[in-house]
Ligand binder design. Structure first.
Ligand code: PEP
Length: 246
Protein backbone atom coordinates (compact mmCIF):
# COMPACT_ATOMS: atom_id res chain seq x y z
CA UNK A 1 0.00 0.00 0.00
CA UNK A 2 1.35 3.35 -1.02
CA UNK A 3 0.38 6.57 0.76
CA UNK A 4 0.55 9.63 -1.49
CA UNK A 5 0.33 12.69 0.73
CA UNK A 6 0.47 15.13 -2.18
CA UNK A 7 0.96 18.75 -0.97
CA UNK A 8 -0.27 18.00 2.55
CA UNK A 9 1.36 18.03 6.00
CA UNK A 10 4.11 20.23 7.35
CA UNK A 11 7.48 18.71 8.21
CA UNK A 12 6.41 18.45 11.86
CA UNK A 13 3.10 16.81 10.99
CA UNK A 14 4.81 14.38 8.62
CA UNK A 15 7.39 13.44 11.23
CA UNK A 16 4.73 12.95 13.91
CA UNK A 17 2.66 10.71 11.59
CA UNK A 18 5.67 8.54 10.76
CA UNK A 19 6.64 8.25 14.42
CA UNK A 20 3.12 7.21 15.36
CA UNK A 21 2.92 4.61 12.56
CA UNK A 22 6.23 3.07 13.59
CA UNK A 23 5.11 2.97 17.24
CA UNK A 24 1.73 1.41 16.41
CA UNK A 25 3.11 -1.16 13.98
CA UNK A 26 5.68 -2.32 16.53
CA UNK A 27 7.00 -5.73 15.54
CA UNK A 28 3.87 -6.66 13.58
CA UNK A 29 4.44 -8.49 10.32
CA UNK A 30 2.19 -6.90 7.77
CA UNK A 31 0.71 -8.66 4.76
CA UNK A 32 1.65 -5.71 2.54
CA UNK A 33 4.66 -3.55 1.97
CA UNK A 34 3.89 0.00 3.12
CA UNK A 35 5.41 2.99 1.33
CA UNK A 36 4.86 6.57 2.49
CA UNK A 37 5.34 9.39 -0.03
CA UNK A 38 5.47 12.75 1.77
CA UNK A 39 6.33 16.08 0.17
CA UNK A 40 9.95 16.40 -0.96
CA UNK A 41 10.62 18.79 1.88
CA UNK A 42 9.56 16.21 4.50
CA UNK A 43 11.41 13.24 2.99
CA UNK A 44 14.47 13.45 5.18
CA UNK A 45 12.52 13.92 8.44
CA UNK A 46 10.13 11.06 7.66
CA UNK A 47 13.01 8.84 6.54
CA UNK A 48 14.75 9.37 9.86
CA UNK A 49 11.62 8.21 11.71
CA UNK A 50 11.27 5.12 9.51
CA UNK A 51 14.82 3.86 10.07
CA UNK A 52 14.63 0.33 11.47
CA UNK A 53 10.96 -0.13 10.54
CA UNK A 54 9.58 -2.06 7.58
CA UNK A 55 7.81 1.03 6.23
CA UNK A 56 9.56 2.44 3.19
CA UNK A 57 9.94 5.96 1.88
CA UNK A 58 8.96 7.26 -1.55
CA UNK A 59 8.96 10.61 -3.34
CA UNK A 60 6.09 12.00 -5.42
CA UNK A 61 8.00 13.09 -8.50
CA UNK A 62 11.53 13.46 -9.86
CA UNK A 63 13.12 15.67 -12.46
CA UNK A 64 15.42 14.44 -15.21
CA UNK A 65 19.19 14.75 -14.91
CA UNK A 66 21.65 14.50 -12.08
CA UNK A 67 22.61 18.06 -11.27
CA UNK A 68 22.82 21.34 -13.11
CA UNK A 69 21.35 24.76 -13.71
CA UNK A 70 17.73 23.68 -13.26
CA UNK A 71 16.15 26.05 -10.76
CA UNK A 72 13.60 24.34 -8.56
CA UNK A 73 14.29 20.86 -9.92
CA UNK A 74 14.94 17.81 -7.71
CA UNK A 75 16.86 14.90 -9.22
CA UNK A 76 16.36 11.25 -8.39
CA UNK A 77 19.85 11.21 -6.90
CA UNK A 78 18.89 13.92 -4.42
CA UNK A 79 15.69 12.06 -3.53
CA UNK A 80 17.72 8.91 -2.96
CA UNK A 81 20.16 10.77 -0.77
CA UNK A 82 17.23 12.13 1.26
CA UNK A 83 16.18 8.53 1.95
CA UNK A 84 13.65 7.77 -0.78
CA UNK A 85 13.80 4.34 -2.39
CA UNK A 86 10.66 4.71 -4.51
CA UNK A 87 9.25 7.52 -6.61
CA UNK A 88 5.80 8.11 -8.10
CA UNK A 89 5.91 9.09 -11.76
CA UNK A 90 3.10 10.14 -14.08
CA UNK A 91 0.51 10.83 -11.41
CA UNK A 92 -2.53 12.31 -13.16
CA UNK A 93 -2.02 15.60 -11.29
CA UNK A 94 1.49 15.83 -12.76
CA UNK A 95 0.13 15.01 -16.21
CA UNK A 96 -2.74 17.50 -15.84
CA UNK A 97 -1.16 20.47 -14.03
CA UNK A 98 2.56 20.19 -14.80
CA UNK A 99 2.44 18.97 -18.39
CA UNK A 100 4.09 15.58 -17.86
CA UNK A 101 3.59 13.91 -21.25
CA UNK A 102 3.48 10.16 -21.86
CA UNK A 103 7.05 10.30 -23.20
CA UNK A 104 8.32 12.33 -20.24
CA UNK A 105 6.74 9.84 -17.83
CA UNK A 106 8.60 7.06 -19.64
CA UNK A 107 11.85 9.02 -19.38
CA UNK A 108 11.22 9.55 -15.68
CA UNK A 109 10.83 5.79 -15.22
CA UNK A 110 14.22 5.37 -16.89
CA UNK A 111 15.71 8.17 -14.79
CA UNK A 112 14.32 6.70 -11.57
CA UNK A 113 16.11 3.45 -12.30
CA UNK A 114 19.36 5.33 -13.11
CA UNK A 115 19.02 7.07 -9.73
CA UNK A 116 18.58 3.78 -7.85
CA UNK A 117 14.92 4.50 -7.16
CA UNK A 118 12.07 2.14 -7.96
CA UNK A 119 9.43 3.85 -10.10
CA UNK A 120 5.71 3.74 -9.31
CA UNK A 121 4.15 4.62 -12.67
CA UNK A 122 0.56 5.86 -12.70
CA UNK A 123 -1.76 5.39 -15.65
CA UNK A 124 -5.46 6.07 -16.02
CA UNK A 125 -8.16 7.55 -18.18
CA UNK A 126 -9.96 10.87 -17.70
CA UNK A 127 -13.69 11.15 -17.09
CA UNK A 128 -14.30 12.01 -20.77
CA UNK A 129 -12.16 9.09 -21.93
CA UNK A 130 -14.12 6.81 -19.62
CA UNK A 131 -17.52 8.10 -20.78
CA UNK A 132 -16.58 7.86 -24.43
CA UNK A 133 -15.19 4.33 -24.19
CA UNK A 134 -11.52 5.23 -24.67
CA UNK A 135 -10.21 3.65 -21.45
CA UNK A 136 -8.33 0.79 -23.13
CA UNK A 137 -6.77 2.99 -25.81
CA UNK A 138 -5.58 5.53 -23.21
CA UNK A 139 -4.03 2.87 -20.96
CA UNK A 140 -2.44 1.22 -24.00
CA UNK A 141 -0.93 4.54 -25.15
CA UNK A 142 0.41 5.33 -21.67
CA UNK A 143 1.97 1.88 -21.19
CA UNK A 144 3.43 1.90 -24.72
CA UNK A 145 5.28 5.13 -23.84
CA UNK A 146 6.83 3.42 -20.82
CA UNK A 147 7.88 0.48 -22.99
CA UNK A 148 9.38 2.84 -25.57
CA UNK A 149 11.37 4.98 -23.14
CA UNK A 150 12.52 2.59 -20.40
CA UNK A 151 14.93 -0.33 -20.66
CA UNK A 152 13.95 -3.85 -19.58
CA UNK A 153 16.18 -3.35 -16.50
CA UNK A 154 14.21 -0.25 -15.50
CA UNK A 155 10.86 -1.90 -16.25
CA UNK A 156 11.72 -4.86 -14.04
CA UNK A 157 11.83 -2.53 -11.01
CA UNK A 158 8.43 -1.01 -11.76
CA UNK A 159 5.19 -0.83 -9.82
CA UNK A 160 2.22 0.25 -11.96
CA UNK A 161 -0.81 1.97 -10.44
CA UNK A 162 -4.02 1.98 -12.43
CA UNK A 163 -5.75 5.18 -11.34
CA UNK A 164 -8.83 6.31 -13.26
CA UNK A 165 -8.58 10.10 -13.09
CA UNK A 166 -12.32 10.43 -12.44
CA UNK A 167 -11.99 8.27 -9.33
CA UNK A 168 -9.18 10.30 -7.73
CA UNK A 169 -10.46 12.34 -4.80
CA UNK A 170 -14.07 12.02 -6.03
CA UNK A 171 -15.47 9.24 -3.86
CA UNK A 172 -16.42 7.35 -7.04
CA UNK A 173 -14.75 4.01 -7.76
CA UNK A 174 -14.85 1.73 -10.79
CA UNK A 175 -16.26 -1.76 -10.77
CA UNK A 176 -13.42 -3.78 -9.16
CA UNK A 177 -13.78 -6.46 -11.84
CA UNK A 178 -13.20 -3.87 -14.57
CA UNK A 179 -10.20 -2.49 -12.65
CA UNK A 180 -8.93 -6.07 -12.45
CA UNK A 181 -9.30 -6.52 -16.23
CA UNK A 182 -7.27 -3.35 -16.81
CA UNK A 183 -4.59 -4.54 -14.38
CA UNK A 184 -4.42 -7.76 -16.41
CA UNK A 185 -4.12 -5.77 -19.64
CA UNK A 186 -1.27 -3.71 -18.14
CA UNK A 187 0.62 -6.83 -17.18
CA UNK A 188 0.02 -8.36 -20.60
CA UNK A 189 1.49 -5.26 -22.25
CA UNK A 190 4.54 -5.27 -19.98
CA UNK A 191 5.13 -8.86 -21.10
CA UNK A 192 5.95 -7.54 -24.59
CA UNK A 193 9.24 -6.23 -23.22
CA UNK A 194 9.81 -8.22 -20.03
CA UNK A 195 8.03 -11.54 -20.68
CA UNK A 196 9.58 -13.44 -17.76
CA UNK A 197 9.12 -10.66 -15.19
CA UNK A 198 5.74 -9.19 -16.14
CA UNK A 199 3.75 -11.67 -13.99
CA UNK A 200 5.66 -10.40 -10.94
CA UNK A 201 5.31 -6.67 -11.58
CA UNK A 202 2.96 -5.33 -8.88
CA UNK A 203 -0.12 -3.64 -10.33
CA UNK A 204 -2.08 -1.50 -7.87
CA UNK A 205 -5.44 0.18 -7.97
CA UNK A 206 -5.79 3.85 -6.92
CA UNK A 207 -8.71 6.27 -6.72
CA UNK A 208 -10.88 6.99 -3.64
CA UNK A 209 -9.62 3.91 -1.79
CA UNK A 210 -10.58 3.82 1.90
CA UNK A 211 -10.87 1.24 4.66
CA UNK A 212 -14.45 0.71 3.50
CA UNK A 213 -13.65 -0.40 -0.04
CA UNK A 214 -9.99 -1.50 -0.13
CA UNK A 215 -10.89 -5.15 0.33
CA UNK A 216 -12.97 -5.37 -2.82
CA UNK A 217 -9.93 -4.30 -4.84
CA UNK A 218 -7.38 -6.42 -3.00
CA UNK A 219 -9.56 -9.49 -3.59
CA UNK A 220 -9.07 -9.19 -7.34
CA UNK A 221 -6.48 -11.62 -8.73
CA UNK A 222 -4.58 -9.04 -10.82
CA UNK A 223 -4.60 -6.23 -8.22
CA UNK A 224 -1.71 -6.44 -5.80
CA UNK A 225 -2.29 -3.38 -3.65
CA UNK A 226 -3.53 0.18 -3.49
CA UNK A 227 -2.23 3.69 -4.03
CA UNK A 228 -4.06 5.90 -1.57
CA UNK A 229 -4.31 9.69 -1.42
CA UNK A 230 -6.82 11.35 0.91
CA UNK A 231 -7.48 8.32 3.12
CA UNK A 232 -3.76 7.94 3.85
CA UNK A 233 -3.57 11.27 5.70
CA UNK A 234 -5.14 10.01 8.96
CA UNK A 235 -3.20 7.56 11.11
CA UNK A 236 -6.24 5.51 12.15
CA UNK A 237 -7.54 5.15 8.61
CA UNK A 238 -4.06 4.34 7.34
CA UNK A 239 -3.66 1.57 9.90
CA UNK A 240 -7.11 0.16 9.18
CA UNK A 241 -6.28 -0.06 5.49
CA UNK A 242 -2.89 -1.62 6.19
CA UNK A 243 -4.46 -4.39 8.29
CA UNK A 244 -7.25 -5.15 5.87
CA UNK A 245 -6.41 -7.95 3.53
CA UNK A 246 -4.38 -9.82 6.17
C1 PEP B 1 -4.05 9.56 -5.66
O1 PEP B 1 -3.81 10.74 -5.51
O2 PEP B 1 -3.26 8.83 -6.26
C2 PEP B 1 -5.28 9.04 -5.13
C3 PEP B 1 -5.59 7.80 -5.40
O3 PEP B 1 -6.04 9.92 -4.38
P1 PEP B 1 -7.38 9.55 -3.57
O4 PEP B 1 -7.11 8.26 -2.83
O5 PEP B 1 -7.58 10.71 -2.66
O6 PEP B 1 -8.46 9.38 -4.58
Amino acid sequence: MIANWKMHKTVDESRAFAREIVRRLGQATLPHQLIICPTAISLWAVGQELIGSSVMLGAQNLDLGREGALTGAISGYLLHEAGARWVIVGHSERRQFFGDSDALVGQKVAQAWESHLRPIACVGESRDDYREGRTISVITRQIEALLAEASPEALRTLIVAYEPVWAIGSGAVPDPVQANDLAALIRQMLAQKIPDDAPNIPVLYGGSVSSKNIQQFLRQPHIDGALVGGASLQVEEFLKMADIGS
